[in-house]
Design a protein around this ligand. Structure first.
Ligand SMILES: Nc1nc2c(ncn2[C@@H]2O[C@H](COP(=O)(O)OP(=O)(O)OP(=O)(O)O)[C@@H](O)[C@H]2O)c(=O)[nH]1
Ligand SMILES: [Zn+2]
Length: 302
């Protein structure tokens, strides 16, 4: 009797497997701790399955080691360029060189939150940064979990690795910030063994799409070479929701619908900025982004 119940439970249990690479019709799927090869059931359109998708697998009875994807589970999110689904953590890389694009960091934070992804700031190249650089980043983004590392010298990499184990991560940031160096530090020889070094070198200015989740033990990590210029899909009047440091000062605004971009005397956020409680650079970029979103909105609806 008990045996029967267990069998029934096992049959009903949904086994999730993750697509980590797609080449033509061949899907590489992480099944438990091993990688297996699969193709798609005919009624599932091939382009409906993307890297990162959680899928149901059935053994291919005509092949010893092949599987068939029978179902694709709903996605919690899906990032573009390259398309990767079900990202848990977005590692936003920053470094002293190239000079940080803070607008990009602000936008990547908003993008993460609106897409149900945990943002993590990774300050790379600590071997050539000074304390004031690190302090500046921390003072602007104190509300985001931050790691300071050197992919080159491997310092801080173990702590970061510990934090991202068992989740699916995407590495993003400006060109030359050290995205592939970080992936290499986390998974040595990853590019040589999985894609060939030449592909990485020829990537140059984001021409090649590296569409793969690298798997090593409990690490699942994707590179996002083309993810550095993104448009936000939010309304200008909700922008302030994505500035956690504004929240406790909003109650001091005279008007309930204050957008914190006008005159200072009636605005709790502007007063807090003037008193040094809100980072001025962050605030000024907020105003800029607000105006841009508003301008786009007006163009669209005028
Ligand atoms: N000093 C120092 N240099 C680093 C570090 N990490 C990466 N670099 C250097 O920064 C440059 C860019 O590194 P990549 O890993 O290719 O950067 P990327 O973000 O993948 O660049 P794209 O492929 O253009 O998007 C290389 O010359 C690396 O050697 C670091 O921790 N310290
Ligand atoms: Zn205000």
């Amino acid at each position: 009797m008990e045996q029967k119940i267990i069998q029934k439970l096992a049959k009903n249990m949904i086994e999730k497997n993750k697509v980590v690479k797609i080449i033509g019709d061949i899907f590489t799927v992480l099944k438990g701790k091993s990688l297996v090869s699969a193709c798609c059931l005919k009624n599932i359109k091939k382009n409906r399955v993307v890297v990162g998708d959680d899928v149901e697998l059935k053994k291919d009875e005509y092949s010893v080691d092949k599987y068939i994807i029978t179902k694709v589970f709903p996605r919690k999110n899906c990032i573009p360029r390259p398309v990767v689904a079900n990202i848990d953590k977005l590692l936003i890389l920053v470094a002293i060189e190239p000079k940080p694009d803070f607008y990009l960091i602000d936008k990547l934070y908003i993008y993460s939150v609106t897409n149900n992804i945990e943002p993590v700031i990774v300050i790379n190249k600590s071997d050539i940064s000074d304390k004031s650089f690190v302090d500046n980043i921390k003072s602007q983004y104190g509300f985001i979990k931050t790691f300071v590392i050197s992919a080159k010298c491997k310092s801080g990499v173990a702590e970061l690795k510990e934090y991202i184990l068992k989740s699916v991560c995407a590495v993003c940031g400006q060109s030359a910030v050290g995205k592939s160096s970080l992936i290499n530090a986390l998974i040595p020889d990853v590019y040589q063994s999985t894609q060939g070094l030449s592909e990485k070198i020829s990537r140059g200015k984001h021409t090649t799409r590296v569409n793969e989740i690298f798997v090593c033990g409990d690490l699942c990590i994707a590179d996002t070479p083309g993810f550095s210029n993104l448009d936000l899909n939010i309304d200008y009047d909700e922008l302030q929701e994505y500035y956690p440091e504004f929240q406790k000062y909003r109650e001091n605004c005279k008007y309930l619908d204050c957008s914190h971009v006008g005159e200072g005397k009636d605005c709790g956020v502007i007063s807090a900025k003037d008193m040094g409680k809100i980072n001025t650079d962050r605030y000024l970029r907020y105003v800029d982004l607000y105006n841009k979103l508003k301008e786009n909105w007006e163009k669209k609806y005028d």
